[in-house]
Design a protein around this ligand. Structure first.
Ligand code: GDP
Ligand code: MG
Length: 597
């Protein structure tokens, strides 16, 4: 039988409620790392994550905790990301655990993301242990927040530990609660191996590293294992645990969480959600895997310089090794040349990928406006799916366009309810439920995904002063009056500037886009005509006047360094320009649709 002194758990918390800080405290308390090794936040390993303060990749840490009853327990905790874009990673981590620690900021209260993740945990039969963090803050109101946990999530929170990850209050109490309340793992050590792949990533030195939870049996060095979905066999080179440093072991057995390195060359050979079994004594059935994640948001990524095309392809394939949710395929644009159409989980994911491409691979890129997937029923009966405005068939060939609709859950304090409802209506939302829960209101809306992609999250935060939170899931496709608005520059349609919008807003959006282009496109040596059109129908027109004077002329007589600075700035600015016909168009133009207000 599995070791009964093991506790496997994940931490569920809304972004900024203190999950990483708390994890660090646990590590410190159990002395997983020496003081010197304890960098500010060890779990957020990627630089980018640290800068943005979010956790993207789930990671695990195994700690030995000497409990008050004198016994030593092995605590395995799996960090989970806290942003809506990555919620699929949360459910993956949860299914490897027997319990979940729910961390709620006592000065903020329950947020939509935590609610969604708690429901996932409860559905998976996990024991949910709530704690109230940040009680050191003067604004902390543990009683109200405790009531909120009971009202909104529906679990008993009366005995929730009050803690501060910052000062260290209550840390040991939390560890005691975890040991007491979370059940030990089940599963036979003597049964054939079944190990769930929770996560896997490509390491330049080690190859593919798989984070696994052994459900039954045992996996040892030198053993031949099989990935059950792909039926591929591998020889185990190393097994071990993260403390959080990698620590080799001879084997891992039922109930344990750790890593396997088995000479796997590509991540697709042993996918996340797959089951490893013993190649010479295989299990009958695989563990229930995870659903494959489908990208929801698509955008074109093009190198500013066509020389970088191969570099971009290479970089994307490397990023893809660690991020199976990123998809890409070659795309050709008349305006931007050769690039890739990339699929992302959401806007944050898109920003992160773009930033990593530029930072880690030193590429200068032009990204086009993101779009969702549309279903187009043509007059000949054929239904196509498109994720690029330029794929839209001519209007007379379309009998119906259907757009993806999401179910959104929004938690908002009563004071901001009116603002949030107004915003949802503006975003074509249809209210399906509204419930008062203590001082917060739980709103349910059906909304087009395309409107959410645009700027919903930022707007929600700004109309509620940061207090509203939301979570969503894809629901269905629904028919809508959608049209493509084209932008023409000096009479030429620029494919990469086209957007799909609702017909009711098309006129306004077209005018707005044309105006924005006018502001963004720098003056050239000649007049530039900008038009917006739907089909052959011009709905807006404007003009960028020709430049009269040389920019540098202005600085003549001034000091030389200023002039050099200006030139440098222009050069830098140039990098992000793309020559379309005889007009230079800067990156902002391609994303202008995002900033429509
Ligand atoms: P995460 O996004 O859930 O991982 O949250 P972090 O651990 O990164 O914490 C978010 C912010 O809250 C950081 O600035 C922390 O220093 C701060 N923080 C975390 N726990 C506490 C606490 O108990 N008290 C106070 N005052 N601040 C905290
Ligand atoms: Mg964090």
């Amino acid at each position: 039988q599995a070791n009964q002194n093991i506790r496997n758990f994940s931490i569920i918390a809304h972004i900024d409620h203190g999950k990483s800080t708390l994890s660090d405290r646990f590590i410190q308390h159990c002395e997983g790392l020496s003081e010197r090794e304890m960098s500010a936040q060890v779990l957020d390993s990627m630089d980018l994550e640290r800068e943005r303060g979010i956790t993207i990749k789930a990671q695990s840490v195994s700690l030995d905790y000497k409990a008050r009853n004198g016994e030593t327990y092995r605590l395995n905790f799996i960090d989970t990301p806290g942003h809506v874009d990555f919620s699929y990673e949360v459910s993956r981590s949860l299914s490897a655990c027997e319990g979940a620690l729910l961390v709620v900021d006592a000065s903020q209260g329950v947020e939509a993301q935590s609610v969604a993740n708690c429901y996932t945990a409860i559905n998976l039969d996990l024991e949910v242990v709530p704690v109230l963090n940040k009680i050191d803050l003067p604004a902390a109101d543990p009683d109200r927040v405790c009531q909120e946990i009971e009202d909104i999530i529906g679990i008993d929170a009366l005995d929730a530990v009050h803690c501060s990850a910052k000062t260290g209050i209550g840390i040991e109490d939390i560890l005691e609660e975890l040991v007491k309340r979370i059940p030990p793992p089940q599963g036979e050590v003597d049964a054939p191996l079944k190990a769930l792949i929770i996560d896997s990533w490509f390491d330049n030195y080690l190859g593919v590293v798989s984070l696994v939870r052994v459900m039954q049996g045992r996996v040892a060095k030198k053993q031949k294992i099989r990935a059950m979905h792909t039926s591929m066999d591998f020889q185990v080179d190393r097994v071990g645990i993260f403390t959080p440093k990698m620590k080799d072991r001879d084997y891992l057995e039922a109930g344990e969480v750790g890593f396997i390195i088995a000479g796997i060359k590509e991540i697709d050979a042993a996918k996340v959600g797959d089951t490893f079994t013993d190649a010479s004594n295989p299990a009958q059935t695989a563990l229930e895997g995870f659903q494959e994640v489908q990208p929801r948001v698509f955008a074109g990524i093009f190198p500013v310089s066509s020389d970088d095309y191969e570099g971009l392809r290479d970089a994307l394939s490397k990023l893809n090794l660690n991020d199976a949710s990123l998809s890409y395929e070659p795309e050709t644009s008349q305006a931007l040349g050769f690039g890739f159409r990339c699929g992302f989980l959401g806007m944050l994911h898109m920003e992160i990928v773009q930033e990593r491409l530029e930072r880690e691979y030193d590429l200068d890129l032009i990204t086009t406006a993101p779009t969702v997937i549309y279903e187009v029923e043509q007059t000949d009966g054929e239904v196509i799916r498109m994720h690029n405005p330029s794929q839209m068939p001519p209007i007379n060939k379309i009998s119906e366009i259907r757009e993806p609709i999401i179910k959104a859950n929004i938690l908002v304090p009563q004071d901001y309810l009116g603002n949030v409802i107004t915003l949802c209506i503006e975003k074509r939302g249809v209210q399906t439920n509204m419930q008062y829960m203590g001082t917060q209101v739980n709103l349910s809306y059906e909304m087009p995904l395309s409107e959410v992609v645009l700027d919903f999250f930022d707007r929600l935060k700004s109309v509620s002063r940061g207090y509203a939170s939301f979570d969503y899931e894809l629901s269905h496709f629904s028919a809508a009056k959608l049209v493509r608005v084209d932008i023409l520059i000096n009479g030429d349609r620029v494919d990469a500037l086209a957007v799909i919008v609702h017909a009711d807003f098309a006129q306004a959006r077209g005018r707005d886009l044309a105006e924005r282009m006018k502001e963004i496109i720098p003056r050239q040596m000649f007049d530039v005509a900008i038009q917006a059109s739907i089909g052959t129908n011009i709905i807006a027109r404007t003009n960028v006047r020709a430049l009269r004077k040389n920019v540098i002329a202005k600085c003549y007589g001034g000091d030389v360094s200023r002039k050099r600075k200006l030139l440098d700035k222009q050069k830098k600015g140039k990098k992000r320009m793309k020559q379309v016909g005889n007009v230079e168009i800067p990156q902002e133009a391609f994303l202008a649709v995002l900033r429509v207000d």
